[in-house]
Design a protein around this ligand. Structure first.
Ligand code: MN3
Length: 260
């Protein structure tokens, strides 16, 4: 069993390295074959074949979230998994200016009418970009703002009760997916979960579970398996130590302002 579970990240790491090699080789080959006299095109960002979407840098070193999230998990999760979502999303919108020219949020809002690859990889890109920013090194993420704390106490009873509801929803999510704290259009906070790479911005999500993400945790096994093995509940509990409450509070204020 353990071997089968380790096979996925190792395979992804190999694929990620192959992608880097392939992307690194691509420009000179194309320049020689197509137009020897033309100046070489600018090299694409590493891991991002020509396309509008880019893999963002992590906002901290890969080691920064340890011991809550170990460095190897961060390296694979960002450098292989997230990179693959970006590359596959760029491939999915290639040659379709109506899609490639749109902000990602606009695509997600009407994703029910778009190819499945946009749903899976657009969600994967948005979710992970959000995820890296909603975390911070242990002890540096601050506290919920007074406004966010008051809203949490209003809608869940207490910060502790909210945490328990969030952890329970993360445990209940069967298989791969995400658990969220969202601000709904009616101004209420809610805890929700989504399967795979779906998120609360998508029109495929039930209406009561749509809203603006304030917090989100990745409960795919690739997010925690190297350290926590099958103990998803322990991962969900330890994760609070790396929550960036300052960023969550900023997103809450922005989401409230956008409702007015
Ligand atoms: Mn993930």
């Amino acid at each position: 069993m353990a071997r089968a579970h380790r096979a996925e990240p190792l395979t992804c790491r190999v694929l990620g390295l192959l992608t880097v090699v392939a992307v690194g080789l691509a420009p000179p080959v194309a320049a020689q074959g197509a137009a020897p006299q033309a100046p070489a095109p600018p090299a694409p960002a590493v891991g991002s074949p020509a396309g509008p979407f880019r893999l963002p840098d992590l906002p901290y070193p890969e080691t920064a979230l340890a011991p809550v999230i170990d460095a190897e998990t961060m390296r694979l999760h960002h450098g292989a998994h997230h990179r693959a979502y970006v590359n596959n999303l760029n491939a999915a919108v290639a040659g379709q200016p109506a899609l490639a020219g749109q902000p990602l949020e606009a695509l997600l809002a009407r994703v029910s009418g778009l190819p499945k690859a946009v749903r899976d990889n657009g969600g994967g890109h948005w979710n992970h970009d959000f995820f890296w920013r909603i975390m911070a090194p242990p002890g540096t993420g601050g506290e919920p703002s007074p406004a966010l704390r008051a809203a949490i106490e209003r809608d869940f009873g207490s910060l502790d009760a909210f945490r328990r509801a969030f952890e329970a929803a993360g445990l209940r999510q069967f298989g791969s997916g995400w658990v969220w704290l969202i601000l709904r259009p009616d101004g209420q906070l809610a805890v929700t979960s989504t399967p795979n790479q779906d998120n609360p911005l998508m029109d495929v999500v039930p209406e009561a579970e749509r809203g603006t993400p304030i917090l989100g945790n990745d409960v795919w096994e690739h997010a925690y398996y190297l350290t926590y093995r099958n103990r998803r509940g322990e991962y969900l509990q330890k994760w609070w130590d790396v929550v960036n409450w300052r960023e969550a509070s900023r997103r809450f204020a922005a989401a409230q302002a956008a409702r007015r």
